[in-house]
Design a protein around this ligand. Sequence first.
Ligand code: FE
Length: 323
Amino acid sequence: TLAAHAEEKLLNLYSARHYQTDEALYANFTKQTGIRINRIEGKEDELLERIRNEGSNSPADIFLTVDAARLAKAHEMGVFANLTSKSLESRIPAHLRTEDWFSFSTRARVIVYNKASVKAADVQNYEDLANPKLKGKFCSRSGSHPYNLSLMASVIAHQGEARAEELARGMVANFARSPKGGDTDQIKAVAAGECGVALSNTYYVARMLRSTKPEDQKAMEKVGVIWPNQNTTGTHINVSGGGMLKTAPHKEAAVKFLEYLASDAAQRYFADGNNEWPAVSSVKISNPALEALGKFKADNLPVSNLAMYQVKAQMIFDRAGFK
Ligand code: FE
C-alpha cells in the first residue's frame, strides 16, 4: 500500500552528479540513518524533464543538479517544496540558499589566457573581455549555456541591463570563432593559441592541473588563470545544490538527506568529488588543485538573484548575437 511505501526506509534521489566519491557519500548516509538510497542518474536537463513528465506520480524525493540556472528552472516549474530547517539555515550561508533549494558546493568562473599572446593586466575583469584590445582573441562556449547565463545574470544584478548588454556585444565583437565546445575545450584552445582568452569554471581548470597526461600538463604551462573582478564585486561563483520535491513520497528521509549533505563529512565528499568548495565555510578541505589556484574574493550575490535574471540574461545574449 501507499502507507507502507511511505514508511519504508528509502530515499529516491534524482541526481545529475556522478562522481566516484559520491559512493562513499551515500553509503555513509545509509550507515548513519538506515535509509537506503535509490539513485537515478541522468543529465541535468533530462532529469528535470523526467520530473516534469512524472508529475504528481514522481517517485523522486530529492533533485540534485549543478548551476543556479537549472535550480532556478526547477523552482519556476514549482517542483520543489518549501523547506524550513534550522540545521540547513545555520550551516548554509543565506546567500547560498532560497526558500526551496540549497547550495552544497561552489565553483568560480575564472578567466584563462594564453601567456604568450595576452597580458595578464589586460584581463583582470569580466568587463575586459569586451575591450577592443582583445579583438579576435575571445573564445567561448554557447551563450545559452547555464554557466554563461548565470555569469550574465550576476552582471545584470550588479550593473544593470544596459551595461550587461554592452559587455555581451563587446564579447561577440572579440570572438576568435563562433561559440562551441565546453569549458575544457576553451582551455585547450587557449593553450594551443587558437584563442587568447576564455572563461572556465574552476573545477575544469583544477582537473587539467591535476591531470597526469603529458599533453594536459604541457597545455597548462601555456595558460594563466585570473580571478576576475578582485577590486570590484569579486569573482562570480555558481553552485551545485538541490531540494526536496513537493511530491516527495519520503519527506522525512528527504529532509534528513539534505541536512546530511550540509554536515562536515558530507561537505568534504560533496565538494572534493568535483574539485569544488564546500558551501559550509567552516568545513576545511585539502585539495592540492584548489590550493594551487589560491585564495580569492568571491562575489556574494545571493543565488536567488542569479535565478531572477536568467531570462533577461538569455535575451541579452540573443540580442547581442552571442549564440
Ligand atoms: Fe560543468
